[in-house]
Ligand binder design. Sequence first.
Ligand SMILES: Cc1ncc(C[n+]2csc(CCOP(=O)(O)OP(=O)(O)O)c2C)c(N)n1
Length: 378
Amino acid sequence: MISCKKFFEILEDYNFTFFTGIPDSTFKDLMKFLADNNSKELKNIVACNECEAIALASGYHLATNRIGIVYMQNSGLGKAVNPLTSLCDPDVHSIPILLMIGWRGEPGKIDAPQHKKMGKITLPLLDTLQIPYSILEPDLSVVKNELVKAINYFNDNKGPYAFIFQRGFFKDYEMKFKQSNRYNLTAKEVIQLIMDNLNHKEIIVSTTGYITRELYEYRESKNKDHHKSFYNIGSMGCASSIGLSIALHKPKNRVIVFDGDGAAIMQMGAFTTIGKNSPTNFVHIILDNEAHESTGGQPTNSPNVDFVNVALASNYKWSTRVETSEELLKSIDNIKNRKGPILILIKIKISSRSELKRPTKNPKEYKEGFMRYLNDLD
Ligand SMILES: Cc1ncc(C[n+]2csc(CCOP(=O)(O)OP(=O)(O)O)c2C)c(N)n1
C-alpha cells in the first residue's frame, strides 16, 4: 500500500495538480487527502458524472496547457467513452488526460455483481479505445516510472493515458476535516418511516449503493418481500428513469423511487423527462445527505441545488423538502391523494453503516420475481 501524501507528491513533482472525477471507494483515502489539501495550487472538482469530468479536464488543458487527472470507478468508463473518443482522442482535438481508474470486478476477485462485466472488459475496452494503460503496483518507484512513461506518451501523442488501480492500493488517510452536515434523520429511519406508512401496493425502485442496501435490509427484517422492489444496484443515476417508465406502463399503481443526491445529480436531465411525460402515479424521493456516502462520503453539489424548484420547473406537480420525521410523516400523508409527478426531498445525515447487508441472490432472480409481481398487479 502507498501513502496518499507520497503518491500526491510524485504527481505534484511532475506538475499534476488538477483533479476531477466521480469517486470510487478505491480512491476514498486519496479523496480525503485531496479534500484536506484543496488549495490554489491543488484543485479537486467533484463532477456530476464521468463525461463531465473528461470535459472539465479538457477545459483545464485548453486554458493552461497543463494535464488534468480524471479519477473514476471503471463503471464510469462507459459514460466517458463519448468525450474520450470524440473530444480527447488524437484523431480529434488530441487532449492529454491522465485517467485514474478503480478496477472493480477484477477477474478472480470477489466483488458485487454489477461490476462483473465491466471488470472483465476494462482492459479490452481501453485497448479498443486505443488508450494505453499501466496497472499500477503500490510501489513509489514503480509509480514514478509509470508516470514518466505516461508523460512521454503525452509529449508524443497528446491523448488520454490510463492508470489502473486495484483495491487496497492506498494506505488509510485520517482526515483532518470531517465531512458532515446539520441534519438528523438517517437513511435507515427514513426508509423505515416511509415503508411502514405505505399500503404495500406500491412499486419501489431504489438507487445504487447504500440506499438499496438499506431498503434490502428493511425488507429482510419484515416480510422478505423483495419482489416488490427493483434494486438498481448498478447504473448510477438511472433509478428515476426506470421508475418513470414503469409508472407510464403500470398507471394503476404508484411507483416510488428512492434516489440519492449524487445519483439524481448524475442524471439530472431525467427530471425533464419525468416532467414532460408527467405520470400521475410517480413519486420521486431523494435521500439527500449532500455526499457520495457509498464511496466514502465525498461531497456532492447538492448544497447548491434547490431540488424542490428544479422539480417544479421541470413540470412536477408537487414538491416539498423535509428535515424531520414529523415533516416526513406529514408529507407521506399529504401525497396520499395528490397526483404526481411528486418530489419529496429528505435532508439526511451521513450515517454510514459498514455492516449493511447486500442483496444476496443473483440480480436476475430478483428481476424475475419483480416482473412476476408487476404482471400480477393487473
Ligand atoms: C457511473 C458510476 N460512477 C460511479 C459509481 C460509484 N458509486 C457507487 S454509489 C456512489 C455514490 C452515490 O451517491 P448518492 O446517490 O448521493 O447516494 P449515497 O451513496 O450518498 O447513499 C458512487 C459514486 C457508479 N456506481 N457508477
